[in-house]
Design a protein around this ligand. Structure first.
Ligand code: HEC
Ligand code: HEC
Ligand code: HEC
Ligand code: HEC
Length: 491
């Protein structure tokens, strides 16, 4: 049967009649006349992001600003949940370290009530959870999942299925909220699946979310005033789950419906709220109220931009981010002993191309590594790939201690590796070529022409770094004039 749009429409219409928009700081005129109200903050799909890179102003995100939004409502009157996928799919030491700090933030200073474990999150593997848990118990203490099992011990859950939290709204009885976690097993035919590794299958089994929820729901309901399930999966899976667990009050999903922009959506008697954005850029907020027929969402949920421009940074979070940056030093990669020499480095090029060199020094590309040093991000592999030359390739940049001369966006970033060109031109320059016998010399000179680096730089080269994320309005025709060595008059 298809989703009943008529019913949904009716419900939305009913809702519209009683709507007041719940924005931050806005006071509901009817707040005193109704039953207890609870502010729900919901987020998900962090993908290891704890703070934007800072390449561009106005970038959204950052746990230091997320913390500020939570602070607008006392913890006792708010529910804070993460619906999962706080790990990015790229598994490397830098991403794992970011994930570790994301967990520490969620369990520590952000003080979330529950954090769901999604399928991508399992990719980190049991050793990761064990290690984080041993060093920072608070970081994993709020993880919940009712349908992720340990492969080695059939039937045994890898995380607590659900947790109960108590809230105290002024002048009311304590309010008990039961929050369960659920994940969709990886649909191997889905588009998303092709981007995902399946390392998790070695250690975990994901069972049916609906079966697991139905099994624990009576127990959850017995002690709780409100039951919530967090879910990581696609939108169709979200709807399917809601219909399969009619007794549940609220489902918070990492996926959003394809058509309806706001919400909540009612399916099978369950209200669904959706995370709208990824990488920790927006925080969902909804006002929940208990009336005569149970819980409702008052008005429309809102998705608050986590905006550095509008919010004041939380000091404790800044401290955590500082610690993160200091810890990235652990990610240092040693330069190989005898690397293949494909890069010459700007200083070498500059011996002959003096004018181009002097112009380049005046561009921000020259000091791109210094920018990272100033921020304390000089060990962060995520940043270095765009702020250095030949990151972890051949004799390119490896680390700030050993390969400082390959720092910044250099000549060879745009013109391609040029060691051979430089070395051979040097033989011309120092006269060695004149000592060659005519045959060798002819071959050498033919080679020399072939090795000339292309001077024209295509837009695609710039766009590798000037991505929409890092430079939203990059205009090749405009910006090329700032890097084509015409800053100084031709000499
Ligand atoms: C995909 C490539 C890319 C990555 C990855 C990247 N940057 Fe950048 N960064 C850029 C580009 C391009 C600019 C210039 C943007 C502009 O001016 O419009 C920039 C500019 C900056 C600036 C502003 C410089 C200034 O003075 O205006 C800072 C700060 C910065 N990046 C820090 C970082 C940090 C920290 C990281 C890692 C967390 C990082 N970047 C990762 C490409 C990148
Ligand atoms: C020892 C001197 C020397 C060094 C070092 C050197 N070049 Fe050259 N380069 C030349 C000469 C001479 C030419 C002109 C060759 C010709 O006209 O055939 C040239 C040509 C070029 C061109 C093509 C210019 C055009 O008009 O098409 C580019 C681009 C270039 N070099 C970039 C570089 C880069 C990048 C480096 C460093 C990796 C570098 N060069 C190092 C001497 C040098
Ligand atoms: C390897 C990555 C990389 C490539 C490739 C790259 N840039 Fe950049 N670009 C950067 C970074 C990083 C900065 C910021 C440097 C800083 O301020 O620390 C930057 C800054 C700039 C700036 C100054 C800021 C602005 O937007 O006005 C201009 C102009 C620019 N790039 C133009 C270009 C053009 C044009 C190309 C292609 C021909 C190009 N870049 C290729 C990384 C790159
Ligand atoms: C951000 C990209 C970028 C960087 C970095 C860069 N160049 Fe260029 N270079 C260009 C562009 C664009 C042109 C002009 C191409 C054209 O004529 O269409 C150019 C042209 C040249 C030419 C041809 C002669 C001329 O001046 O027009 C040489 C030689 C050259 N660059 C050498 C260098 C050297 C040496 C460095 C490093 C010190 C360097 N370039 C760094 C983009 C870059």
């Amino acid at each position: 049967m298809r989703r009943s749009n008529a019913r949904k429409g009716l419900w939305l219409a009913t809702l519209a009649a009683t709507v007041w928009v719940a924005g931050p700081g806005s006071e509901g005129a009817d707040s005193e006349s109704s039953g207890p109200a609870l502010t729900l903050f919901f987020i998900g799909n962090r993908m290891s992001e704890i703070e934007p890179c800072g390449c561009k102003e106005n970038q959204l995100g950052g746990v230091q600003f997320e913390a500020t939004l939570y602070a607008e409502v006392p913890a006792a009157r708010s529910l804070r949940v993460d619906a999962g996928a706080w790990t990015s799919l790229a598994l490397n030491p830098e991403r794992s370290m970011r994930t570790r700090y994301a967990l520490r933030a969620m369990g520590g200073l952000l003080d979330l009530d529950a954090v769901n474990v999604g399928q991508p999150d399992l990719e980190q593997g049991p050793d990761f959870f064990e290690d984080v848990g041993a060093k920072h118990p608070e970081a994993i203490a709020r993880l919940v999942s009712a349908n992720i099992y340990l492969k080695a011990e059939p039937g045994r859950l890898a995380f607590p299925a659900w947790r109960m939290v108590e809230k105290t709204i002024d002048g009311e009885q304590p309010l008990r909220v039961a929050i369960a976690g659920t994940a969709a097993p990886l649909d191997k035919t889905s588009k998303a699946a092709q981007f995902r590794t399946r390392r998790f299958e070695a250690d975990y089994v994901i069972g049916s979310a609906a079966d697991a929820l139905n099994e624990i729901l009576p127990e959850m309901k017995a002690g709780a005033d409100l039951t919530v399930a967090l879910f990581h999966g696609t939108w169709p899976e979200t709807v399917e789950l809601a219909r399969a667990v009619p007794g549940l009050d609220l489902l918070v999903s990492t996926s959003r419906p394809p058509t309806v922009e706001t919400g909540p959506i009612l399916e099978g008697g369950v209200r669904i709220l959706s995370v709208h954005n990824a990488e920790g850029k927006e925080l969902g907020r909804a006002e929940l109220r208990r009336g005569a027929d149970g819980w409702t969402v008052v008005g429309q949920p809102v998705w608050l931009p986590i905006s550095p421009q509008r919010l004041v940074a939380d000091v404790a979070a800044l401290q955590l981010l500082k610690e993160f940056r200091a810890n990235t030093e652990e990610l240092i990669v040693q330069a190989p002993r005898n690397p293949t020499r494909t890069y010459a480095g700007a200083q070498y090029c500059g011996i002959c191309h003096v004018r181009e060199y002097q112009d380049w020094v005046k561009t921000p590309h020259f000091h791109a590594l210094d920018t990272l040093i100033a921020k304390g991000s000089q060990y962060d592999a995520k940043c270095l790939q765009c702020h250095t030359l030949g990151f972890q390739k051949d004799n390119g940049f490896y680390n700030v201690n050993e390969s400082r001369s390959m720092g910044g966006v250099q000549c060879e970033t745009c013109h391609g590796p040029g060691y051979e060109h430089a070395a051979k031109q040097n033989l011309v320059r120092n006269g060695s070529v004149n000592a060659m016998n005519p045959e060798d010399r002819a071959r050498f000179l033919a080679d020399l022409k072939r090795l000339n680096p292309p001077s024209r730089v295509e837009a695609g080269t710039c766009l590798q770094c000037h991505t929409p994320e890092n430079d939203a309005h990059f205009d090749y025709d405009l910006k090329i004039r700032k890097v084509n060595h015409e800053i100084s008059p031709p000499g």
